[in-house]
Design a protein around this ligand. Structure first.
Ligand code: FPP
Length: 249
């Protein structure tokens, strides 16, 4: 850990308030590669290294849940070469990291329309879920082939099916019933949503869950987002006055 990182970490621990759940829209891999006159997959590969740094940063800081938007439903429209590079990276990430993540107490959950994954990618997902199932220090949600609206539609469909089967009365449909049918059932809502590369959009990520998340836009391109950048975001979070619609205490 660099001196800057350990100073920031000490500051975070001294303050004491740490977001329980951090969600990140990892953006800017393409621009990072273009700045280096390299093809886009080169940026994604460097982005994979940043994932490792941020997981470790969360473990050190005491964050309990980390959600990463790794591949959106819309990303399937990208050129076939880029889609297959991203899928290969996912497989490589799992092959390389699964046992270390398990040893560090990370439990990996993978969410999204996973039926669209290749058999090799689906097998990798199965492997990492299985290998890390007992991790209790950090829950790592990887969102792959994911869209927030599709997740809401899926939850509505599950509710309708339960009503149709007579398992649920329509007037028993409340926020809790809805929430329990989201991919993230059982996981607290994100306290902090970070988006890198300066873009100020939600891009269909966790639309229900981020209702009260604090937003932090970093101008850093994702491959350069390191522990220090994460800790800056956590320090910024500690300065926020979260009111949840109430008044300040
Ligand atoms: C957005 O940057 C990033 C993605 C679409 C992919 C994110 C993937 C990774 C960080 C690597 C793999 C991760 C795991 C967990 C294995 P962009 O391509 O839209 O960048 P641009 O806006 O600069 O073009």
């Amino acid at each position: 850990m660099t001196d800057t990182e350990s100073d920031l970490l000490a500051r975070i621990h001294m303050h004491g308030v740490v977001p329980r759940h951090v969600a990140i829209i990892m953006d800017g891999n393409g621009r990072w590669a273009r700045e280096r006159h390299m093809p886009r997959p080169f940026g994604h590969r460097s982005g994979m290294k940043a994932v490792r740094a941020v997981v470790e940063g969360c473990l050190e800081a005491g964050v309990k849940w980390l959600s990463l938007f790794a591949f959106s439903q819309e990303n399937w429209q990208r050129p076939e070469t880029e889609v297959s590079a991203l899928m290969s990276l996912l497989e490589e990430f799992i092959a390389r990291e699964a046992s270390d993540l398990a040893a560090q107490g990370v439990c990996v959950h993978v969410h999204g329309d996973l039926d669209r994954l290749s058999p090799a990618a689906a097998a990798a997902v199965h492997r990492i879920r299985h290998e890390t199932a007992h991790g209790a220090r950090l829950g790592l949600n990887l969102f792959i082939s994911y869209g927030g609206r599709a997740e809401l539609v899926r939850a509505a469909r599950l509710l309708a099916e339960d009503v149709q089967r007579g398992h649920l009365a329509p007037d028993a449909i409340d926020e809790q019933a809805f929430r329990s049918r989201l991919f993230t059932a059982g996981c607290p809502d994100p306290d902090l949503l970070i988006r890198t590369s300066g873009e100020q959009r939600l891009s269909n990520f966790l639309l229900w869950q981020i209702a009260y998340a604090e937003l932090y836009i970093s101008s850093v391109l994702w491959p350069d987002f390191d522990r220090a950048a994460l800790y800056e975001a956590l320090c910024d979070f500690q300065r926020r006055d979260r009111r949840f619609g109430n008044v300040s205490t």
